[in-house]
Structure formats: C-alpha cells, structure tokens
Ligand binder design. Structure first.
Ligand SMILES: O=C(O)c1ccc[n+]([C@@H]2O[C@H](COP(=O)([O-])O)[C@@H](O)[C@H]2O)c1
Ligand SMILES: Cc1cc2nc[nH]c2cc1C
Length: 337
C-alpha cells in the first residue's frame, strides 16, 4: 500500500488515528491462559507475551506462521567524522552480502521461517552531517518513512525491522539524548568497536548535534534532524504495522531509537511492539527503560540487522504455540489446584 501521508503533518495524523488491541480477544486469551495445564504463571513472561500477541491479532488462539523481517540500509553524513570503526562503504557491501545470503540475518531468517526483504535507501547520498545541518529535509524524511510503510507485507503475522548503516549508533545516541535527556556521554557507546580516540570524537559529535537540534520539535522532527534514512524507514514500517494490528519485535539500539521517535511523537505508538533483547551497546538498556519495555533476552548481541528480534520470533512462536495448543485442565482431566 502506498503511504497514507505525503508530509510530516500527515504522518503525525496517521499516528494519532491508529487502532488499539482487541480487548475481547485479550480477555479471552487471558482467561484461556488461566485454564491451561500448568501451574499458574509457570510459563513466566511467555504468558504475557502470548496474551499480548493474541490481543493484537484479535483472536484467542493465534498462530505465528508468516514472520517478515525487513532490513533497511542507509548512510550517514557524520560517518565522515570518524565515528565508526568501519568505513561507510561497508553499508553497501553488506547490502550485497544480505542479497547473496551471507549475513547473520539470512541464517536467522531461514532458521525461524521468516521472509527477508532488504531495502537500500539512497546509499550514494548520505544524510547531511547533523553537527552542521538537519540530517534530512522534510521530503527526504517522508520518502524514507514511505519506503518503510510500503515495505510491510499485510499478510505477515509478526514484523521484525532491522538496519545496516555505518555511523548509525551516533544517530541513535543523539536521538536518545535529545528525546530522553542526559549527557551525550551517557548515550554514546562503541558501536562497531571504536577505540578511545574514536569514542571521544563520537561523543563530541553527539553533543554538538544535540546542542544544535534538541528542543526544536517532537520525536518526528528529531528523526528528521538527527536520524537517518534507515531509522526513518524503520519508523514508517513500525507505524504501518500498527495500522495492520501487526505486532512488532524491536531489535537493538538503533531500531529502538527509531521506535523512540514514534513514542515521543504520539504516546502509546509502541503498544504493539515488544523488546526482543538488550544490546551490548550500554545505552540500549536505559533507552528500553525510558520506553517502559523489558527485553525478552540478554545475549550481548550488538550486530543490528534485526538479528536479536529474529531470535525472538522463536520465543514468540513458542509462547503462542503454548497458549493456542495446550490442553486445559478440564480437557486433559488433570486435577486443578
Ligand atoms: O543493534 C545494535 O544494538 C547495534 C549496536 C552496535 C552496532 N550495530 C550495527 O553496527 C552499525 C553501526 O555501528 P557504528 O559503529 O558504525 O555506528 C550498524 O550497521 C548497526 O547495525 C548495532
Ligand atoms: C561487517 C558489519 C556487519 C554489520 N551488520 C550490521 N552492522 C554491521 C556492521 C559491520 C561492520
């Protein structure tokens, strides 16, 4: 579907008119969960995960059969300042690797039965360096949001959005500092593995960007000023998923920063999203805390590509299989407590 908006105001209006979970399905799934053959609460957080999923899918006994993973790639003007351990060419090189099936996300998509789509966004035209100008114009932001919106398969039953973009942990850190607050140093980490000198440059870049752009608008405006095309595309896809009542598994630091811009534009915009894992990038944990999301896993991943969220498809499938497939105490003739 082509996007339901043609400018930032239209996107904000779309965010304000999004559907909620189905309360009837939610209550029915909760009641069913209470009757299944296990001690109450014994499946731990899988229980809430499955009930949450049922509410968004609008059915008491859902199934996860069509996971979609989308990886968006973008390049960043700030990369020229030496904020990454890798050169910017790696973004395009990794897109080829995704297309040839050689990346981690290819293996994880196959393992968890997900389709994988890759969208490279104007890689030959990096965003503007946000220490001197907004990263994107309104038209560029809207184009990237629209790419993300249109990339979502309406037939999917869970969505993972991942990214590839050398320099994008600098963008994510700047977005967090601008939208949550605190000093640049608290949000700036080593990304792909910058050394101490690189970390110093990166922290200064984040601080300069925040000084230039913070307090100049809402989450969407910060996404335009401090974000990147792949972050905007992830935001557009997450918003489109909400319009389809399609649950989203959030990935790592960059994906969560993109999601944060939606929440800071429209409170509640991420109710259809669950946090898959907490990244080894140290600022991911406080970012999730600021969103009130508890990660399902902690595996010291710091890859991106949607990798942690792809793993969480397996967790979600397990949770939903139990909710929908287990017998009740009455059905199995097992004595209740
Ligand atoms: O997902 C994460 O938490 C994560 C943490 C650190 C790095 N990354 C990946 O590494 C790239 C960005 O790192 P950098 O150092 O170039 O800013 C980008 O392609 C991300 O997918 C991803
Ligand atoms: C090789 C490489 C692969 C990646 N995948 C996601 N981000 C990445 C960054 C690098 C540098």
């Amino acid at each position: 579907m082509t996007a339901a908006f043609s400018d930032m105001a239209g996107f904000r209006a779309a965010l304000a008119a999004q559907p909620e979970a189905d309360d009837v399905a939610l209550a029915a799934a909760r009641a069913r969960n209470g009757q299944l053959t296990k001690p109450p609460g014994a499946l731990g957080r899988l229980e809430e995960l499955a009930i949450w999923y049922a509410g968004w899918r609008g059915t008491e006994r859902p199934a996860v059969t069509h996971p979609q993973i989308i990886v968006f790639a973008g390049n960043h003007g700030v990369a020229a300042q030496g904020v990454s351990a890798f050169p910017a060419e790696v973004t395009a090189q990794m897109v080829l690797n995704f297309q040839h099936g050689g990346a981690a996300i290819n293996q994880l998509a196959k393992t968890f039965g997900a389709t994988l789509d890759v969208h490279a966004l104007s890689l030959d035209h990096p965003t503007a360096d946000f220490t001197t100008a907004p990263a994107m114009t309104e038209a560029e932001l809207v184009a990237a949001l629209s790419t993300g919106w249109a990339a979502v398969d309406p037939e999917a039953d869970v969505l993972v959005v991942g990214e590839m973009g050398i320099g994008n942990t600098t963008s994510a850190a700047a977005l967090a500092a601008a939208l949550v607050g605190g000093d640049a140093a608290e949000w700036t980490g080593r990304g792909t593995g910058v050394d101490d000198a690189g970390l110093e440059i990166k922290t200064r870049v984040v601080r300069d960007g925040v000084a230039l752009h913070a307090q100049k608008g809402d989450g969407l405006e910060m996404l335009r000023r401090l974000g990147g095309r792949e972050l905007a595309a992830m935001a557009g896809a997450i918003a489109r998923a909400r319009s389809l009542r399609l649950p989203v598994l959030l990935d790592g630091f960059i994906c969560t920063a993109a999601a944060l811009t939606l929440e800071k534009t429209q409170a509640g915009a991420l109710d259809h999203c669950a946090a898959s894992h907490v990244s080894a990038e140290h600022a991911h944990a406080p970012m999730l805390a600021a969103l009130g999301k508890t990660p399902l896993m902690s595996l010291d991943l710091r890859l991106g590509e949607g990798s942690g969220a792809a793993l969480a498809i397996g967790v979600l499938k397990g949770a939903v299989a139990c909710l929908s497939g287990m017998a009740t105490f009455a059905e199995a003739g097992v004595s209740d407590a």
